[in-house]
Design a protein around this ligand. Sequence first.
Ligand code: 8YV
Length: 325
Amino acid sequence: MPELKLEPMTMPKPDVLSVANLPPFLTEPLKAACTLHQRLHETDPAAFAKVAPHIRAIAASGESKVGAELMDRLPALEIISVMGVGYDGIDVAAAKARGVVVTHTPGVLNDDVADLAIALMLAWARQIVRADRFIRAGQWPTGPLPLGRKVSGARLGIVGMGRIGQAIAQRASAFGMAIAYTARSARAGVAHRYLPSAAALAAESDFLVVITPGGAGTRKLIDAAVLKALGPQGCVINVARGSVIDEAALIDALRAGTIAGAALDVFEDEPNVPQALREMDNVVLAPHIGSATAQTRRAMADLAFANLNAQLSGQPLHTPVPECQ
Ligand code: 8YV
């Protein structure tokens, strides 16, 4: 009688939908542990319709938008794992209503985003980008670069005093800056001066750094009135979300000299940056690189994977968003 050979029983790999352009150090472990469908809902709707009922997890970035319509097509969905601290693009209420947990990656990117806020402030005030262009264009022999602005000892207003806001304050203290902040309420354990509104803070700031979460609660928080309060010597630095600043009002204020300048890492409609901003000399621009170092992106990817893996293997989550705790 021929010997009977039994195939070992293998558990099917869970189906995961990626809704972002995620780095290989996240997609590689995902591919090893799961069947990864890279943006299939956008690239191949027919194929997506077939796998949608089996998808148990979404892998997203801080910029991803995941609404109720997509969730409705995924009846087996258990988790949306965001590789990013911000999750304003995820409809968390809709997720909770469907029993779906949302996780993010707080903590591991504080240093990088705070470093970038300081770098942008210095780049604007000390005209680093302009100085570089000046030399490359062969202008040094024909005249000096106009004088810049002193940062050490200046007044810094921080809009949002969470983990990253505190990391910015810590760095600014080393520059001898006079630090004040605004937030929904004064933060216990933070010694800096609290002001109850962005306008009140702006009125007493040379540099206004915006680092508050995005979403409906902070949309256009920095409006024409706040920019007017900041005044003609003031500079606004945004490392939060484009939605927090009224971009049209910002462009008007920069044009009219209502404020002196801006240093921006985030925009209302990324990756599209208004032509008006791109043409202005008193603006420093960066393409949303707050957490974009190899070390930090890897740490974010590890945490995003750990959360997804924990959910799919029935383990406790590492960093669910506050609403899901
Ligand atoms: C990244 C971010 O742009 O953490 C956030 O909220 O905005 C960023 O760090 C992105 O999420 C990287 O995937």
